[in-house]
Design a protein around this ligand. Structure first.
Ligand code: SAH
Ligand code: SF4
Length: 367
């Protein structure tokens, strides 16, 4: 009979074992140290996970065999599981991710000719309760960890592969925190994820290609502005008077449009950097020509560009998008005023993957 120590190590670490997927450099060094390994093994783990994209410990052949076997037996490398992928006619794909506690979030993969944009969630649900937003109607369940944020990127890249341009270099990857949640409500984890995603020896994403979109938490805008390396900022303005903004975005009662303008004016933009002003167009609510003129005046108070977003309908919202002619008129007013403007032609609308439609049935509170 063979002794216990002759038995082969388990093929995989059991459920409940520590998970290395999504950990940062320091945590991976600590993991290596807990195995009595020097710190540089932590760096090797980091590079294997993020630069090489290895998904199994068996691929980590740059590690000593003994360490690899121990990792195999005791540490998991488990990314959020994609439970549902809905491909849209426009080639974008909405993915549902299952987190370790069974909760669900969503992300969207949007390939373009020369780049790919991934839309990420920062929370399960959202506490901000904007009246036009499906996520806002489900309430907040919890923040995502940095690992879960990074995990959405890794899972989508593993699913789709990373497109390579004609020069053999990977196409640029843009990340936008415009999925479920208010990222500035979870800034610590968002910034920890940002550090992992932009690490030059990992995925090495460009900080300039990562955008955090906020409903207007002034305290969070100030905190994010204080980081030397930080994402770009987008503000969801969505209305041009405090009366209307407070009606559709309760956060405006805490920080009104003047408080916001002051925070945006003080935001330390780098040369060439502009703050994106997102503006959801709600027919008969926020789409008057007067709104257009006020929006232009607001946008000119700091370096900005405006992104008009025709409302994406979802069940029970009670709002509609304006007609195309009105969208064009508003664009014209902004351009005449010298404001840079684009219209977000929502992708994934046929699979409910567009902005503000990201909500998982069954885990929200009733309206
Ligand atoms: N919580 C952050 C980021 C997620 S929402 C924020 O509010 O900025 C991302 C963008 O989607 C925001 O600009 C928001 O105003 C917009 N949005 C929400 N619901 C929408 C809908 N139904 N149609 C169009 N845009 C919507
Ligand atoms: Fe939250 Fe943004 Fe939706 Fe408002 S628009 S409820 S802040 S996700």
């Amino acid at each position: 009979m063979s002794a216990l120590w002759d038995l082969p190590a388990p093929e995989r670490a059991p459920e409940g074992a520590p998970n290395a997927a999504g950990l940062g450099r320091a945590a991976l060094k600590a993991l290596a140290a807990s195995f009595g390994e020097p710190a540089f093994r932590g760096d090797q783990l980091f590079e294997g996970i993020y630069a090489k994209g290895w998904m199994e410990w068996s691929a980590f052949t740059h590690l000593p065999k003994k360490l690899r076997e121990r990792l195999q037996a005791e540490v998991r490398l488990a990314w959020p599981r994609i439970t549902q992928s809905l491909a849209s006619e426009d080639h974008s794909t909405k993915h549902g991710f299952e987190l370790e506690d069974g909760k669900q979030v969503e992300g969207v993969h949007m390939p373009y000719k020369d780049r790919t944009t991934l839309c990420l969630s920062s929370q399960v649900g959202c506490a901000m309760a904007c009246t036009f937003c499906a996520t806002g109607q489900m309430g907040i369940l919890r923040n995502l960890s940095a690992a879960e944020i990074v995990g959405q990127v890794m899972a989508m890249l593993a699913h789709h592969g990373r497109p390579v341009g004609s020069d053999g270099e990977p196409d640029p990857l843009n990340l936008v925190f415009m999925g479920m949640g208010e990222p500035l409500h979870n800034l610590d984890h968002v910034m920890a994820a940002f550090a992992i995603l932009t690490d030059p020896k990992g995925l090495a994403l460009s900080p300039k290609r990562i955008t955090v979109s906020t409903s207007g938490l002034v305290s969070g805008i100030e905190r994010m502005g204080a980081f030397a390396r930080r994402p770009r900022l987008a503000l969801s303005l969505n209305a041009t008077t405090d009366e209307y903004r407070s009606r559709i975005m309760p956060v405006n009662k805490a920080w009104d449009m003047e408080a916001l303008a002051a925070a945006l004016g003080a935001f330390p933009v780098q040369s060439g950097e502009r703050i994106t002003l997102e503006y959801v167009l709600l027919k008969g609510v926020t789409d008057s020509l007067e709104d257009g003129r006020r929006l232009a005046a607001y946008a000119k108070r700091f370096p900005s560009k405006v992104n008009l977003i025709p409302f994406n309908p979802h069940e029970g919202s009670g709002y509609e998008a304006p007609a195309e002619a009105r969208i064009q008129e508003l664009c014209r007013i902004l351009i005449q005023e010298g404001v840079i403007v684009s219209v977000r032609r929502s992708r994934g609308q046929d699979v409910a993957g567009a902005c503000g439609q990201l909500v998982k049935e069954g885990q929200g509170r009733p309206r």
